[in-house]
Write a protein that binds this ligand. Sequence first.
Ligand code: SAH
Ligand code: MG
Length: 903
Amino acid sequence: MVTMKKQPATPKAIIHQKFGQKARYQVEEVADVAENLCPGLTIPQQTKIKYRCILELPDLTVSSGTFSRKKDAEQSAAQIAIEKLGIEANEQIPTPEGAFDELIARLNILFTDEFLLSTHPLVGHFRVALKREGSLFGLVPISAIAICDSKVNSICKFIDIHAESDPSLLLYLISKAAKASTSLLTSDNGFFIQKQNPTLPEATEVLVSSQVCESKNVQTEAVFIPVGLNEEVKGLKIDICEDGYFLDVIANILKTRDPSHILSSRTVGKASSEMRFYFTAPECLFSSLAKNEVVNATYFEAVVNKRASYISGQTIYGDAILANVGYTWRSSNLLCEDVSLCTYYRMLLGQLPDGYYKLSREAVLTAELPSFYSRANWRGSLPKDLLSFFCRNHRLPQPIFCVQKVVFLEDNDTTSDNTNFLRCEVKILSRSEEPLIVCSFPDTYRKESDAIQNSALKVLNWFKVYFRQLDLLENELYSFGIAPEESFKLYPKAILQEFSFWTSVFAKSLCNYSKLNRILENRVVLSNIEGPDSGVIPSVGSVTSVSYEVRLLREGDDGEGYLLEKNEEFEFEVGSGAVTYQMEVCATQLSVDQSAKFTVVPPPRDVILASTSTDPSYLSDTHLENWRLEYEVKVLHVAAPMEERMETAFFSPPLSKQRVEFAVRHINQSHALSLVDFGCGSGSLLDSLLDHNTCLEKLVGVDISIRALTRAAKVLHQKLSNHCAMRACLKSAVLYDGSITDFDAQLYNFDIGTCIEVIEHMEEEQAQQFGDIALSKFCPKILIVSTPNYEYNPILQRSSLPNKEEDQEEGEKPGPCKFRNHDHKFEWTRGQFEKWANDLASKHGYSVEFSGVGGSGDEPGFASQIAVFKRGLLREGNNGSRGTESLRRPYEILWEWCGNRER
Ligand code: SAH
Ligand code: MG
């Protein structure tokens, strides 16, 4: 027997031995906020940071207590897991020398006659070996041992930790051990092993006769991945005779002399599969390993198969074959499963920051990583998991999340209920645990999970953008970001070091893709619109459910094309960027039960192949420029956005209706003949006005969203072609495409202007600009501006809670730190709004009064606050219609209705 030198094993080492890479440690920083907070600080309280470790194992997740050292937290989590799993605590890890002896012992066992009678997967290889004739009789390739015996694999890790990531090193170690064994023989080149004493004839007989009588030929599909990045990955068929040896066949394809030169990666993909990369290690690699030399870096660059290495996480040399064949414990026959190009491209896509999200939604061609997270509306894998997964794929340590409590100074005591405002810092570290990215976003949340998920998402989105510009240089990286520098600290040198080698795998196709996408984001033309207009439309913030099919068609052909992707029911939040731009445009132009088609230029071949499981042969010889993707989309249902649901659930009549009635009162009181609705959106105010008896003769709407305007045109057209209250006096109605921060003389001097729930959708400077231009240039006699009252949010949000989705699992109330709608750039308190309005009024000679709708108006004010500006007498006649300003007409007419005619 071999005696091993023992040393006490730490809990982490025991877990490592059992689970290897499957054990995931995530260390979180836990801010221990001191008891007596210093009030009035908007910066995070400086507190002692402690660490908590979450250990995820295949069937168990445990969390440690908090410790001041990361190491202690990890060991504690490992210890808890060991106790829960009932692992023998006295298992110990061997020293490298001890492990080498153990490896020899293990090899000796594998080559005993008794072993041949076991069901071990290696037996399949022996059977082939024992059927060989002459000098090849009984020779087993070392690679077969590396493939089949997990014990050999784990022992090798203790001899040299790099054996885990380098199959050639594994082969070298086994060969060395075989040479050292007195009962084994190695072939001249050292990669075949044989028994010193021949196998007993009885054992041979049992083994060979246990095999299926008639040997069939099996064909299996595999994927060929050339080492050169410019060479195309191809599908290929492998023919294996069940009598024959699959390693021989693979060696043949890889043009190698014999199967003992074939190496294989560990399994990739699903846990139960035998899918591996097979490749040939260059001869000189073994000689440098034998001499204990480090492989020359430039040589390494040239011979490493980046694509295969990238996916497997191991070092793979030269051309590689991805195949799912082998002997398993389950059956003594050879097992084969097809590996399609789709499988390969999905694995590649899964390595991208947003790729795994697309796969998790089963919508490669349609889903996009959203730009923000909300518990109720998120679909697919969660941002934190996506980021962890991404880091793991890139061999980086797990991201570190640090949730901190923030204290705001509030002059009036609205936070007296002692609520937590949380923000989350994220750290991404390099393999050597140096920082790559450290970000601390200013946004605050009530719930820890919201803070963590949103921060994780922001980091992922940064990576997404970065992965589309992989050709950036170090100095360019400094200024490259999607967030202000103070909240996003980058370490360009380290980032380039970590990513440049592997990301070259993507550089070509991804950069093309993002260029393409920019071209694509033009107008989307819908065709074949079918179904009646039900009037229920997906608006920003609504969760919309569609069914769709995507087909690849050759331009000019009117055949069926190839079905690439199909979803019977696919939900996404409008406005969050969760789907492609085109899909969103399409959905928001349809109403529930309507369907339409549109076509787009296809994405690169890689993406198409990842999306389809049908035979991709049609892509082999054709240029994609001649192809189009055709989407057919049907809107199934729409759940109104949070803001709207809150407003409708809580107020009767709904707030939107109350706003209309508020406007109607002012229209009638002032006998207004003309009205302009600034930021009319999809025309809800104009539409409702048509149902009221007013004496308005001219109705105008302006918006920058073509989509909303198109919708408004449809709605107004419908109302005006039927009977409506206002039809009698109305002389004209016009919709303009234009920005309300830009003056257009056609809208000068109206009797009344409305701007309902619009300014909060603009940046504060723009809201200021709009106020100035409206009162100094457009000069309506009356201007009505409404916007949410921030102080009212706690009431709204509390009240909307009982109606389902917004989960309450932590029993917390959502905080006022959340705006009512994701698109809101700000929400003002009464004080802020009044200051904005008072300053404007006095600057431009208007008077202003404050009012609102929703609630009684007592503390904390109306739900929707309204300012009514009235033009002072002095201002009359002062106009924007003088001089060149009167010629200024930047707005474009999108739709117009005159009397009974429509243009
Ligand atoms: N007033 C409508 C829509 C409110 S949503 C209603 O009450 O239903 C806000 C609208 O403001 C959106 O349609 C958006 O496109 C529009 N908007 C935002 N910034 C704008 C700008 N600078 N010029 C014109 N419209 C703008
Ligand atoms: Mg709004």
